[in-house]
Design a protein around this ligand. Sequence first.
Ligand SMILES: *[C@@H]1O[C@H](CO)[C@@H](O)[C@H](O)[C@H]1NC(C)=O
Ligand SMILES: *[C@@H]1O[C@H](CO)[C@@H](O)[C@H](O)[C@H]1NC(C)=O
Ligand SMILES: *[C@@H]1O[C@H](CO)[C@@H](O)[C@H](O)[C@H]1NC(C)=O
Ligand SMILES: *[C@@H]1O[C@H](CO)[C@@H](O)[C@H](O)[C@H]1NC(C)=O
Ligand SMILES: *[C@@H]1O[C@H](CO)[C@@H](O)[C@H](O)[C@H]1NC(C)=O
Ligand SMILES: *[C@@H]1O[C@H](CO)[C@@H](O)[C@H](O)[C@H]1NC(C)=O
Length: 303
Amino acid sequence: MRSGTTWAERRSKVCGVPKYLLWVLLGLVVIVIVVPIGVMFGRKKGSPGKSSVLLPLYVYPDPGAWDPLFTAIESNPHVNFTVVVNPASGPGTDPGPDANYTSEIPKLNQYPNVRTVGYVSTNYTNRNFSDALQDVMIYSLWSANTTVPGLGMNGIFLDETPNEYNAASALFLEKLAVAIRSQTGLGKDPLIIHNPGTLPDAQYILSPNGPNVTIVFEGEYSTYQTTGIQNDISGFQSSSKCSRDALACILHSLPTSFSDSDVKSLVKDLRYVSGSIFVTGLSVDYYSSFWSGWQGFVGDVVT
Ligand SMILES: *[C@@H]1O[C@H](CO)[C@@H](O)[C@H](O)[C@H]1NC(C)=O
Ligand SMILES: *[C@@H]1O[C@H](CO)[C@@H](O)[C@H](O)[C@H]1NC(C)=O
Ligand SMILES: *[C@@H]1O[C@H](CO)[C@@H](O)[C@H](O)[C@H]1NC(C)=O
Ligand SMILES: *[C@@H]1O[C@H](CO)[C@@H](O)[C@H](O)[C@H]1NC(C)=O
Ligand SMILES: *[C@@H]1O[C@H](CO)[C@@H](O)[C@H](O)[C@H]1NC(C)=O
Ligand SMILES: *[C@@H]1O[C@H](CO)[C@@H](O)[C@H](O)[C@H]1NC(C)=O
């Protein structure tokens, strides 16, 4: 008996559309909209790993000038500090640094949570290789200086390394890495840091003689904020399969309006992609003195 649509037929339609079609539509909505949003934001769920402080210490050690650093180290024993020591855009040409450095560096080296590394410039590998190597050798001899115990470095920071790959630059950096790792004067397991300041060709990082840490962003906060670099870095990390610990970020010129909690949430974002971090509100001579937010920032890398 056909009298229009049956109850069963009506129940399987909503506004005349068969119910199974609605389920299909709902499925599409989930796949097209909900899943990508989950992927975009899901990564940020849960807390990020702990990071270390990577401090470019280009502060001249006038008596007391490094006290904000000693205070931060002592009040944060669970934070690891990698400190870049830089007497003269390198170690200088004398066998040892001046008296202000020789009185302060051994204090730094006393802390178990501090690793000191010596600054060496490379000028994007345009520098004379022998000159760069000589800088490494001078730092390496510091640890053998019996007049000044505790002067030794435990790694090398190579500034201005190239980001685009070319064989000559790769060879320059590999030869330097082999020399650094064969020195007995740079500690048992010297740390090598590259600073291209931007995402480099992954071949530099993945080379067997590659660096331990690469600075994949060094620049103004506003650049970091407006260019979507966060996503580039996490994309780079998954495509090159390099660990969070192998990457570092340095941001300067934080807005003066930034509160402690703004700094904390910025540092939290950075911790998802980088094992070593430095941020400062200074917008000129960023690394030559301590920023008023320095102490607060240090705690943010682990909590
Ligand atoms: C060390 O610092 C003091 C105080 O700033 C300065 O007077 C002195 O010349 C410095 N010593 C050396 C060897 O540069
Ligand atoms: C600090 O370094 C020590 C020794 O290298 C390591 O065991 C520890 O996990 C590090 N802590 C953090 C928070 O990175
Ligand atoms: C040890 O360091 C002092 C201070 O920098 C320097 O004058 C001296 O030449 C160094 N000694 C050696 C053997 O390198
Ligand atoms: C760095 O290398 C470039 C290209 O060779 C050269 O023009 C420039 O003078 C170098 N800079 C320094 C500081 O040596
Ligand atoms: C590098 O510098 C050394 C002296 O420091 C010099 O003997 C050598 O010729 C230079 N090499 C190049 C390629 O300029
Ligand atoms: C640095 O990297 C080398 C080569 O991968 C590795 O053998 C060494 O243990 C690393 N050192 C540190 C301090 O991470």
